[in-house]
Structure formats: structure tokens, C-alpha cells
Design a protein around this ligand. Structure first.
Ligand SMILES: [Zn+2]
Length: 342
């Protein structure tokens, strides 16, 4: 199998070359691949990146389905399918990144000297070279969430691209090394299309890609930007290093922090002041950090621990991307807190 750090280029693949399923396509690609499809106006290009995380297959399923249809796009289409080897590592579609490797979608601001760093650099170079009108990076998440887009700025072009895929737009100015922070040649949005393995998530990704590639101009989108809900001021909430974490419907006395197993039902909803979110063991001390874009910890403004060790919300706020997967919570974060833009 090809090394996972060499981006290969493929032009106008025949539908029959791609295999009958997305999984077969990945088996044929073997490693990170940039697929270019010539459009009616080849002077312009739109780029879609996906599978930066090996356990998030909806985007590559949608790309496969769209490519198999053999439709000529309005402008050139560039699809970058990234962590193919990670996705195909057994058990398939279970690894976000290969064990011991850095998270590829945290590598786009460097350093670029390890394998995922090298892939990130090659992906950025391929995008710069294609000079696209826009870049969409498609992901899955784990908790119960509606489809939403994320961008580093609130402006018409990003909102227009976001509206092709989702009705919610999150403004993030966090610097975590994701691809959208590193692309300055075009407006870039990240799309979270739903849960891995959920057919509805692959549908969302597919219909978004179809629309994106059909429009003569992105501004012609039939999805108006006015009624997009905009959320901002992201704060990233994670357990402090060394804190053991589990998800359960009741306190687990053996671990430091038990997060209520159904917290994802709060995603995109206003949490009331004093809502119980979990339980903290007495020995654990303060278990959380909540980092804003200035790098300040706001955890003590957002949470309180009562005398019975229950973790409660402080004030009312909107959580998004709450995960119920303790592995993801440890590798990445528990959730983000946002405000609705008025
Ligand atoms: Zn992801």
C-alpha cells in the first residue's frame, strides 16, 4: 500500500475506475488523492476536502456517489480525499488518526515535518495551485447535531458556501491548526454533515456537493443566506490533562469526571442555568478548561461544582458538538460553547 504521506493526482477518472462503493474507491486510491474533474468553465475551480479524519466517511461516500454519476460540473472540481490509509486500517473507519500520529486536521499551521504534517502541506499546495473559488472541508461528528458549517470569518462568500450545505454557521476564531485557518486563497468552510455511518449525513454531503458543482456562480445559490443562524464566540471545553473521563447516566465513583451520557441532546440548544451535566469525584479537583480565542480559561464562568459533586452549568449558554464518545472527548474535546449572534 502507498504511504499515507504522498498526495497523488488523478484526472477525470471514469466512473468504472472508482469501484462500486466508496470503500472500493478508497481501496483503489490507497492513499491521499487529489481528484480533478474538468468542468464547463475550466478557468475556475471549486475544491472539496474530505476524510481528514479516518472515521468520518460520509464525505468520501458523497464524493464517490457524485463522481460515479459522471456529471460535468459547472467549473472544475477538485476533490481531496485525505486519510485513506487511516480509514482502511482495521477495523475500518474506526480511527480518527493512526495510533501515535497527530490529528491531520490540527496540522495545517505546521510543523510540517512528520507524516500528517507532510500531507497537510501537500494538500495546501494542491489547493493553492488550483486557485479555487471556495474550499469546503466535509466532516462527520459523533454526537446528535444538525448539519452545520464553520468558518473563520462572518462574510457573504463564506455564508453563501455554507448555505449550500447547512442552515447554521458557526464563526470560529480558535487557532487549532485546522485546514480552514490555513487557507487564504479562497473562502473556506468546514461542514459537519452529521454522524458517521448515518445515511442522512452522507445525503447532506452529497446534495451539498451536487449543488456546489452545479451552480454557475456560488452567489446564485438557491439557499438564501439571510435565514442562516449565526453562532459565534467559540470556547473549547475539555477535561484537564490527567483527568480520567467517562460517560454514564449516573456518577461513576471510580473515575474523576463522569459526563452525563445524553448531553448531546443539548447540542445547539440554550442550556439553562444550573443544569446538571455530570459528576466530579472529590479527589479530582477542578476538572475542566474552557479556552476562548484569546487563550483565556473561562471554565469557572461556565461551570460550577455543587457540594454533592455535581457539575452544573453556570449561566445559560449554547453547547455545540457535544460528543458522547469518551475516546473523542479525550483526543479532542468535550464540546464547544457559542453565543447566538443578534
Ligand atoms: Zn473531523
Amino acid at each position: 500500500m502507498r504511504a499515507d504521506d504522498e498526495l497523488r493526482f488523478l484526472s477525470n477518472p471514469l466512473p468504472s475506475e472508482l469501484g462500486a462503493t466508496a470503500e472500493e474507491m478508497l481501496e483503489r486510491l490507497q492513499g491521499p488523492t487529489a481528484i480533478r474533474v474538468t468542468g464547463r468553465d475550466p478557468s475556475r475551480c471549486r475544491a472539496v476536502v474530505t476524510l481528514l479524519h479516518g472515521n468520518e466517511p460520509s464525505g468520501s461516500e458523497a464524493v464517490h456517489r457524485w463522481l460515479r454519476e459522471g456529471i460535468e460540473p459547472a467549473v472544475d472540481a477538485l476533490f481531496i480525499v485525505a486519510s485513506v490509509r487511516t480509514a482502511l486500517s482495521e477495523p475500518r473507519f474506526s480511527y480518527r488518526m493512526l495510533p501515535g500520529a497527530r490529528d491531520l486536521n490540527r496540522c495545517f499551521l505546521g510543523p510540517f515535518d512528520d507524516r500528517p504534517g507532510k500531507v497537510a502541506k501537500e494538500i495546501l499546495a494542491a489547493i493553492v495551485q488550483a486557485s479555487p473559488e471556495c474550499v469546503v472541508d466535509i466532516h462527520n461528528n459523533t454526537g446528535h447535531n444538525p448539519p452545520y458549517a464553520i468558518g473563520t470569518e462572518i462574510e457573504a462568500q463564506r455564508l453563501g458556501v455554507a448555505a449550500i450545505f447547512a442552515r447554521r454557521f458557526i464563526h470560529s476564531d480558535l487557532r487549532i491548526g485546522s485546514i480552514m485557518e490555513a487557507i487564504d486563497v479562497a473562502p473556506c468552510v468546514t461542514v459537519e454533515c452529521g454522524r458517521s455511518g448515518d445515511p442522512a449525513a452522507a445525503e447532506t454531503a452529497y446534495h451539498g456537493i451536487s449543488r456546489l458543482m452545479r451552480l454557475d456562480s456560488i452567489a446564485d445559490s438557491d439557499a438564501p443566506i439571510d435565514d442562516i443562524e449565526i453562532l459565534e464566540s467559540m470556547v473549547r471545553v475539555r477535561a484537564l490533562d490527567g483527568i480520567e473521563l467517562t460517560m454514564s447516566d449516573a456518577r461513576n465513583p471510580d473515575v474523576d469526571l463522569t459526563i452525563s451520557h445524553d448531553i448531546d441532546r443539548h447540542n445547539f440548544q440554550l442550556i439553562e442555568d444550573d443544569t446538571v451535566l455530570g459528576w466530579v469525584a472529590p479527589r479530582a479537583g477542578w476538572p475542566l478548561e474552557a479556552t476562548d480565542s484569546g487563550g483565556d480559561d473561562r471554565s469557572r464562568n461556565l461551570f460550577a461544582i455543587d457540594e454533592s459533586g455535581r457539575l452544573r452549568s453556570r449561566g445559560s449558554w449554547i453547547p455545540i458538538m457535544m460528543t458522547t464518545d469518551p475516546v473523542i472527548a479525550r483526543q479532542d474535546c468535550l464540546f464547544y460553547v457559542v453565543e447566538r449572534r443578534l
